[in-house]
Structures are given as structure tokens and as C-alpha cells.
Design a protein. Structure first.
Length: 118
């Protein structure tokens, strides 16, 4: 499968409060572990979050060849060392969005890459 990244934008998204725990310094970095696919689809404005094709990837499985190390490093820098995850969201046909994100200060920070896969 070939992936062509078309556009990379740096983004920030305020995180909603979670009923099971409050977002504070002790739990903030764990937020990505609990951020499910439907919740993430809602946060990024997917028109049908319940039906969104969302995958959560570790950096190593997404960037096997280290091509996007600069994006990952930049995300780690702005999130002050937070765990970085990749969310892959299908947007119809061969259009895919990759969100390389971490958590800092109650916000989801990172990069969004628009891709065409064949």
C-alpha cells in the first residue's frame, strides 16, 4: 500500500472533561490511553463518529522507516515529552487522515496529515 502525505497541519484540540476522571497533571498524560476511537472522531469533527474508520497506531508501526521522525519529534517537543500516538481516520475512498498527537495542558497537540492511499 502506497501512502502519499499531501498536507501537514499543526493542530490543537481542547479535550473534554471525562466523567471517569478529571484532567489534571497526574492524569493528563494517560488521556491518550483512554481516548477511544469514537471520542477521537468526535474531537476532530468527523461527520459520523460512530461509523468512522479509526485505528490507533504506535509510532513504530506507523513510521516503520523513520520518514516522519521530525513530525514525531516536534509533537513530543510541544507536548513536553508526552506519549505520542497516531490516529488513522478514513475520510472516504482512498482519502485518509493521520493525526500524530500527544497531550499537554488539557489540549491534544500534534500534526494532521492528509494522505491518499492506494
Amino acid at each position: 500500500m502506497a501512502t502519499v502525505l499531501k498536507t501537514i497541519l499543526f493542530v490543537f484540540i481542547p479535550l473534554p472533561s471525562c466523567p471517569s476522571f478529571s484532567l489534571n497533571e497526574n492524569t493528563l498524560k494517560l488521556t491518550l490511553l483512554f481516548l477511544g476511537t469514537v471520542t477521537f472522531a468526535k474531537l476532530v469533527g468527523h461527520p459520523t463518529p460512530q461509523e468512522a474508520e479509526v485505528s490507533i497506531l504506535d509510532i513504530g508501526e506507523w513510521d516503520v522507516q523513520g520518514q516522519y521522525k521530525e513530525i514525531v519529534d516536534a509533537t513530543r517537543a510541544v507536548t513536553k515529552g508526552s506519549d505520542v500516538r497516531v490516529y488513522r481516520i478514513g475520510r472516504g475512498g482512498s482519502r485518509i487522515e493521520y493525526w500524530v498527537v500527544g497531550v499537554e495542558g488539557g489540549k491534544l497537540l500534534g500534526a494532521r496529515a492528509l494522505a491518499i492511499e492506494s
